[in-house]
Every structure is written in structure tokens, then in C-alpha cells.
Design a protein around this ligand. Sequence first.
Ligand SMILES: *Cc1c(COP(=O)(O)O)cnc(C)c1O
Length: 411
Amino acid sequence: MPSFVTHLESALDGTRLPAGVPQTLHKDRPLWVRYDLAAVKRAVSRDEIAAREATLWKYRELLPYADSKNVVSLGETMTPLVACPRLGARFGLTNLWVKDESRLPTGSFKSRGLAMAVTMAAQFGLRRLAIPTAGNAGGALAAYAARAGIEAFVFMPDDTPAINQYECHLAGAKTFLVPGLITDCGRIVREGRERMGWFDVSTLKEPYRIEGKKTMGLEMAEQMNWRLPDVILYPTGGGTGLIGMWKAFDELVELGWLNDTQRPRMVAVQSDGCAPIVRAFDGGQRFAEPFAGAATIASGIRVPAAVGDFMILDAVRASGGRAVAVEEARLREWMALGVRSEGLAICPETAACVGALEKLAAENWLKPDEHVVIFNTGAAQKYPEAMQADLPRISNPANIDWDRIEQGQSS
Ligand SMILES: *Cc1c(COP(=O)(O)O)cnc(C)c1O
């Protein structure tokens, strides 16, 4: 199978770089992967793709690897797009859907990006990878590196959810807790590059994680019979998913594969405990200032400075969308509302999107019958700290107080 990649391109100034060797940043900013889309169009049709096995590799003509034998996979199934009438009704919305990414290997959508980054690392013969992580990216890297027999070093804030700490260690990554935030972990990875000889797979610091995340947009379009929703709400940290989906829509339009080229309004959702993108959006800036004192239980969006900030902001603005911050203090409430309404294991990051639904529906920015998709980027079960509850106890099973059971209270 040939790769249709032609070159890499600086997102900042369009400089072309060759794709056949490992690349990182250009002028400290990310690279796009570019394809010969005319050749892709001649090689395959959307119907042929739709008929393939339901994994993210079905889009292979739009992915960067050259040889299927390099693929590092844990079985990345297509994730379901689930209608959520009860949750929608809470906000007066009749056409709300959740794309449930929690079903992917390691329980988060980070597996899309890291499956691709590790596949490309294997193709380039890289033997040692390092990552700073807010949690799930580390878990995914550890798993895919184990699968590929590649060494992984993971650096995470010392208050990262416990499951993320242990999953990395369990998968054999050399895992370290660091006082501070993901940006402090990033500095360690950068400083160790020469001495330790590792390749940095930080968000957007190599070009291929975006390509993996792009498959969310391709998949959603296929699942919607090659149309796109009116609005997408996306919990935004480093922004790879939002940027990747926007790129997917560009490619689909250029391929002529969409029945309707109307694009969704993209909403970047953050917690008011860490909202650098929202601040830059509101301030009319293209680049975001680092957010001081970042704090949120939604660890995946605790990213005070994003190297692809301008790519997120460009996409949100081009789409006619918004960047919105919701109250950190209400995330647990929205998480419970999401899970109780539909039974989906909604993570705290996606709880922020539930909060954004409330806000945007109240402002009538979301119209009642608009087709709205939110992404459940991870599984609730990865956040025991956020799920924690004091359960009622039955102190004497021989003498049960049924009235208190009825009330859900201890007896
Ligand atoms: C990483 C992460 C995010 C943020 O994703 P980006 O694409 O980097 O903005 C959101 N939710 C979860 C669960 C994550 O792990």
C-alpha cells in the first residue's frame, strides 16, 4: 500500500518539510501532514472505505504510515454515536448525540493519536519515546509502546488521577510524578532529549497524533451518512482533537465526499479553572497567554499553555463557533447528570461540555432542533477521585429498615 503523504507543512508559515524522516516543530510551532488528495480520490471511494472493517485504520489512504506491517494496534474500533434524548431534553434540545470515545483501548480517545504516533515511530525505527501528560496520553503511550516493544518515559503532575499513574507503570513505562503542571513535565522531556536520546511525542510536537485524532471527524461523517452536525462541543486542552477534526472536514470537502459541505460550529469548552483558549478568544488574540494557577478536576483539559493555540483559535473562528468556560465548581454535578441521564460513562472533561450545553441553550445560541454532538473523550471509570461518593450502609442486615432503603439512606 502506498502512502499518499506528499510533505509536512508548518502551520505557522507554510514552510514545506520532508515527511520521510522524524520531524518535530518548525519555529517552535506544529506541522501539518499533507496528502495528494487527488490521488486518494482516484485510489478509493467513500463507499469502499465505509465497507471496510470498522477500525480507525479503514481510513488508511488519509493516514501517514507507509506499510500495514508497521501498524501498532490494540483494536481501535469505531466508537458509537449515541442519541441522547433524555440529556438533550434537560436543555430543550431534541437532537443531541454523544460520540463515546471511552470505548477505545486505555479508555480514552488518546489512543487514536498515540496509535498513530507510535506506528510512525516504529516506521522510523525510533526506540525510545517520552511524553509529558495530564494523564490519559501517558496511559495510551505506555500501552502502545508496550505493544510495539518500544521504551517509554512518562512524566505527569503528582496529582494526576491515580489510575493514570498506575496504568502507565503497569504497562512498563518508566513513569515519574512531577511537582507542578504538564508544562513543567514538558520542560523535563525537552531538557532530556539529547542526554536521554528520546523522541518527544508531546501533544502536537510531532505531526502524527493529529492524524490519529482526525479519524474522529472522518468516522463521525461516515456515521452520519457523509454529513456533519450543526454544532460540535469539544473539551479542549492541547486541542489536538478539535484541530484534527477541522482538518478532517477540510480533507473531506476537498475529496468531494460530503453530501452537504456545511461545516459545524466548533465550540472549544474549558473549565474556568483553566481557560487560556477562552481568554484569547474573548480577547480577540490569535495566541493564548499561559493561564496562571491552572486547577481543574478535568485533568485532560488542565493545559495552561498549548503549542497549537492558534490552530484551535483559527478553527473555532473559521467555523463561526465559540470558546466557552464553565464553572469548575459544577463539573461533578454535570458529570452525574450526564451519566444518570443516559448511562454513558462521561468523564469530567465531557462534563464541562454538558455545562456548555446548559449555558449555550440558555443563551439560545443552540437552537432546539439543531444537531449537536459532544465528545465523551474518556471513561468516567478512569477518575475515581471525581466519582467518589459516600454510599449508604446497612449496619444490621438482620433487621432492615425498608423505609430508609426506599429513601436511599443508611440504616
Ligand atoms: C487529553 C484529553 C482531553 C483534551 O484533548 P485535546 O485534544 O488535547 O484538547 C479531553 N478529555 C480527555 C479525557 C483527555 O484525556
